[in-house]
Design a protein around this ligand. Structure first.
Ligand code: TPP
Ligand code: MG
Length: 605
């Protein structure tokens, strides 16, 4: 057996179930060995697509994604996807063949590439250590890292003598006959919160009259082998106890779906009511949420005098984007559970001793936090039935107004172009509730993110940490593979759709019954709307009309062009039919104005 085969089979036995990739000579044997070991291989048409598929699969399945690429250009093609995964803290293993000889035309500096995008570089160092090296690389992904495992061609080709003598003590990874016994090492649990921190949060919440929780990626669920569970139940129990309203960052959209206190996404995508209520909060807790410029609208959603608390299992995330009054290192679910217990038990002995411990930026907004809880005080109760922020009137108002689709607007469509809001609302009505929505980047991106509802947080795939266009289609494929029970919906701009177009073939070949909707304004709308008002020439960012429906049909899709709401009857027809081919909707959308979330985005440039 060659090392390549031993590594592939060893990784399969470790629990690698699904591998995306583009196979060349350098990753041929290792990929086949993964398949022989029981993994499912899905061929993409571009390594960028393959990597994003693996990333989206990992986000949706809650387990490390794996992608296999050829040496040199196979890896450089994958770099945008790797950067996205690294910035998003997706556990991703990139099996990258490597030409070790520097004069080889395929040689690239793998460690340099990895460092440049925040990924971890690892290597199969020698035939003897190869399995241990591979195992270590897989384990490293579980710390939510993107790992590039360089697989030198000479090491891969060497005979594997069945003895892994490297360090690491990986029992069962030693002899081929024993490989089946290998299990991924037990996941290491994130730190439990310190008792003092639990008391401090409880004390602040006891004094809060308008608390809001914003849950982020860290609340979406545990990563690692085994089933995933989000922190929803724990957060809701705590929110019930203190009367908090519930919101998420964009990546956790859907987490609180169905709760009457759900404000949906905080930040640029927040509806007017959600923004108003978040702005009026006196305590905001970010749960596994970085409270970055997107989630807070550059801080504008955080009211003057609001107490800001951040809970994260990664100490370096605390205060990284904005100063917080209290930063707590802890697992989201564990911390929420402990604080809820503390609230149910009433003020404990250690609460009575003084003010909650405030860390970082004690002088934010000119003074101590307004809601820093009088020790031992009873919760402020308002009108009958009011707990914290929650009242019967507010519940009704949220039900009536919080969804974007309930916000009045003037339809700007005509017979040639459909208003993207009208399009999105109509699709929200037509598409089955059990759906996974994946969104590309661009001016259009808020429409699907704000108007399409999703069944839960796994139903939304938002690969936008790197803000690259062209990732949406591959994201939808990875998510669809992870959740074949749900209809995958890829929402793309025409620019992103044509950038990632090669993966249309992958969808057809894999037989994924997906809906691809293109918000087609025949332009890089983001640039048009950003620079247009200044009178700059826009020829570089405008394109002649393209018949994207026909392009889709060429790949084997059912392709339709939508100019009016009436044209959407064809979507209903497809949904009610056998769905034998995937559906591509080329929606010719109005684009008279730039979007408000886009202006927000450009403020960061
Ligand atoms: C890989 C990459 N290239 C360029 C950009 C700059 N960029 C941001 S949005 C955008 C336009 C995207 O056009 P389209 O997909 O049609 O969406 P629209 O803005 O028109 O809604 C571009 C070129 C980017 N973000 N990523
Ligand atoms: Mg466009």
């Amino acid at each position: 057996m060659r090392v390549a085969e031993a590594v592939g089979q060893g990784l399969a036995r470790l629990g690698v179930e699904v591998v995306f990739g583009v196979v060349g000579s350098g990753n041929f044997h290792v990929t086949n060995a993964l398949i022989a070991g029981g993994a499912r291989f899905l061929a993409a048409r571009h390594e960028g697509g393959a990597t994003v598929m693996a990333d989206a699969w990992a986000r949706t399945a809650g387990r490390p994604g794996v992608v296999s690429v050829h040496q040199g250009p196979g890896l450089t093609n994958a770099m945008t996807g790797i950067a996205e995964a690294a910035k998003s803290r997706t556990p991703l293993l990139v099996l990258a063949a490597e030409a070790p000889e520097v004069r080889s035309n395929f040689h690239v500096d793998v460690a340099g590439l990895a460092a440049a995008v925040g990924a971890v570089a690892m290597r199969l160092h020698s035939p003897a250590s190869a399995l241990t090296d591979a195992h270590r690389a897989y384990q490293t992904t579980l710390g939510r890292r993107a790992v590039i495992l360089a697989m030198p061609l000479n090491v891969q080709a060497a005979a594997w003598d069945g003895l892994a003598v490297g360090s690491g003590g990986v029992e069962g990874f030693i002899l081929p006959g024993q490989i089946h016994a290998v299990q991924a090492a037990p996941r290491t649990y994130p730190p439990a919160p310190a008792a003092e921190a639990v008391s401090a949060i409880a004390a602040v919440l006891r004094g809060a009259s308008r608390p809001v929780f914003i849950a982020g990626r860290g609340a979406r669920g545990a990563l690692g082998p085994g089933p995933r569970a989000s922190a929803r139940a724990e957060l809701e129990r705590l929110a019930d106890a203190c009367g908090a309203l519930l919101a998420t960052s964009a990546v956790a959209k859907g987490l609180f779906r169905g709760s009457p206190w759900d404000l949906d996404v905080s930040g640029g995508f927040a509806s007017p009511l959600a923004a108003e209520l978040i702005r009026q909060a006196d305590v905001i807790i970010g749960w596994g949420c970085s409270l970055n410029m997107w989630t807070t609208r550059h801080g504008k959603l955080i009211g003057t005098g609001a107490t800001l608390i951040q809970v994260d299992d990664d100490a370096s995330a605390l205060g990284a984007h904005r100063p917080v009054h209290l930063g707590v290192v802890g697992d989201v679910a564990e911390t929420a559970r402990a604080v809820a217990d503390a609230l149910h038990e009433g003020p404990g002995a250690d609460d009575l001793g003084g003010e909650p411990r405030i860390v970082r930026d004690k002088t934010k907004d000119g003074g101590p936090p307004a809601a820093a809880g009088t020790p031992g005080a009873e919760r402020a109760l308002g009108a009958a039935g009011t707990v914290g922020y929650r009242s019967a009137e507010l519940r009704e108002r949220i039900a009536r107004e919080v969804r974007w689709r309930d916000v009045p607007y003037a339809d700007e469509g005509d017979r040639q172009r459909i208003d993207p809001r009208t399009l999105s609302i109509a699709l929200d009505d037509l598409l089955p509730a059990e759906r996974t929505v994946a969104v590309d980047s661009g001016n259009f991106m808020g429409y699907p993110s704000m108007y399409l509802s999703v069944p839960d947080e796994a139903g939304f795939c938002f690969t936008q940490a790197f803000q690259s266009i062209g990732l949406g289609l591959a994201s939808a494929i990875g998510a669809a593979v992870a959740r074949p029970d749900r209809l995958a919906v890829a929402a793309l701009g025409d620019g992103g759709a044509l950038m990632g177009v090669s993966e249309l073939e992958t969808i057809v070949r894999l037989g994924i019954p997906m809906v691809v909707v293109v918000y087609d304004d025949e332009a890089y709308g983001a640039e048009v709307h950003h620079f247009g008002p200044d009178g700059d020439p826009l020829d570089t960012v405008r394109f002649p009309p393209a018949d994207i429906a026909a392009i889709g049909r060429g790949f084997g899709f059912d392709g339709i062009t939508v100019r009016t709401a009436a044209d959407l009857a064809a979507v209903r027809g497809w949904l009610e039919g056998a769905r034998e081919r995937p559906l591509l909707i080329d929606a010719k959308v109005t684009s008279s104005r730039g979007s408000w979330w886009l202006e927000e985005a450009f403020r960061g440039h």
